[in-house]
Design a protein around this ligand. Structure first.
Ligand SMILES: Cc1cc2nc3c(=O)[nH]c(=O)nc-3n(C[C@H](O)[C@H](O)[C@H](O)COP(=O)(O)O)c2cc1C
Length: 395
């Protein structure tokens, strides 16, 4: 199997293939898959093909400035690492390894509540900004304890994910026995064990790492760190409502970002409730299947927000040109999920570093080919967006 530094690994799809080879099917499909028919998962990527670039030629720039600012932090290029739950199952380094790679390239990392590493260790691993993504798993008391720890450790924003009232219908996870493998009896696990044995390198690392990790940042009173259960059980108890936003504003003094916005209505509501930023996102096609690709929802939200908050987007980013298109359409930065998680699954810290380097170099190349000297120069005249995307659907 080629390493992530091999000349055969030139794009994110190559890292995806390496992750598929190293990971057991249950883990790879958890990472790679989406909800139901996976229509939205595919649309997230396909939508980028509908946006056409309009370069200005015969321009030479000696240098290209990829930096941008997100919630007051300078990042080295306009892509941050999205929260990805259960990262420690992909590689023992998990969230710590990913945060370290984010810091090394000069960008931000968002830690999921569903983390196998302590948030303090994640913060310490990165020299860049780190934000904490909150699910209210384990109740408000446990959430407040995590928020206080995140504040004390130096997390600079709280990300509230609003698109998970229940887990999406992830059919691959059901078929692969994720629930049984994570929490079932030994008897229930037996039919699903051969897929683990078929990946001895992953299995050895997993066993040496202590097996299924605990959720180190969800401390329930009297019980300590919560046991990791399957994703459906975790999300079923974690619904966040607008009422919770009022409570969170009281307990979290720094910026709040609302993630999972797909309509102008929700974007404006988030701003009313005090959000400094919104993430246009459909959870990477893992929640409600059949919703719009995030990129398609972006123009409606950029227009409605009208500069009152920072607009980020995620979903389907696999190329630097995808990042550039989203910025041209008004996003301040994108978040990448699977693009770095494939790297993590393929080779831990080195794989995440490779994924980010591929994306960063690709953004720079795209900017040069467009005739732009900086991310700040990107604007709507550099893209042709399908006509219907701009119209705001009537309520
Ligand atoms: C394996 C996996 C786990 C995820 N876990 C979380 C999570 O714990 N919290 C959250 O807000 N979003 C989670 N997401 C969604 C990502 O933050 C992000 O919205 C999505 O991955 C973007 O799409 P992309 O993977 O195409 O880049 C997860 C995504 C994946 C692929």
């Amino acid at each position: 199997m080629p390493g992530v530094g091999s000349p055969h690994v030139v794009n994110i799809e190559d890292l995806r293939r390496l992750a598929q080879r190293r990971l057991p099917k249950a883990v790879f499909d958890y990472l790679d898959g989406g909800a139901a028919d996976e229509v939205t998962l595919r649309e997230n990527c396909r939508a980028f093909q509908e946006v056409v670039l309009r370069p200005r030629h015969a321009i030479a720039h000696e240098k290209c400035d990829l930096r941008t600012r997100v919630l007051g932090h300078e990042i080295s290029f306009p892509a941050m690492l999205a929260p990805v739950g259960y990262s420690r199952l992909m590689h023992p380094g998990g969230e710590v390894a990913a945060a370290r790679a984010a810091g090394e390239i000069g960008t931000g990392f968002i830690l999921s509540t569903i983390s196998g590493h302590k948030l303090e260790d994640v913060r310490a691993a990165s020299s860049g900004p780190v934000w904490y993504q909150l699910y209210v798993v384990g109740g408000r008391e446990a959430a407040e304890a995590a928020i206080e720890r995140a504040r004390a450790a130096g997390f600079s924003a709280l990300v509230i994910t609003i698109d998970t009232p229940v887990a999406g219908m992830r059919e691959r996870d059901l078929r692969n026995g994720v629930k049984e493998l994570m929490g079932g009896s030994l008897l229930a696990k037996i039919p699903f064990i051969p897929q683990l044995l078929a990946h001895p390198r992953w299995l050895a690392a997993f066993v040496l790492d202590g097996g299924v990790p605990k959720l180190e940042n969800i401390l329930t009173p009297g019980k300590g760190a919560m046991r990791m259960t399957d994703v459906a059980a975790a999300l079923a108890s974690a619904v966040v409502t607008w009422n919770d936003l009022r409570w969170l504003r009281k307990v979290w003094p720094a910026p709040i970002v609302v993630k999972g916005v797909l309509t102008a209505d929700d974007a404006l509501r988030a701003i009313d409730e005090g959000a400094s930023g919104v993430v246009v996102s459909n959870h990477g096609g893992r929640q409600l299947d059949g919703v719009a690709a995030s990129l398609r929802a972006l123009p409606e939200i950029v227009a409605a927000v009208n500069g009152q908050a920072e607009v980020l987007m995620d979903g389907g980013i696999r190329r630097g040109s995808d990042i550039v298109k989203a910025i041209c359409m008004g996003a301040r930065s994108v978040l990448v999920g699977r693009a770095y998680a494939y790297g993590l699954g393929a080779a831990g810290h080195a794989g995440v570093g490779r994924a980010l380097e591929i994306l960063r170099a690709d953004v720079e190349r795209t900017l040069r080919l467009l005739g732009c000297a900086s991310v700040a120069e990107l604007n709507s005249s550099l893209v042709e967006v399908p006509e219907g995307w701009r119209a705001k659907p009537r309520a």
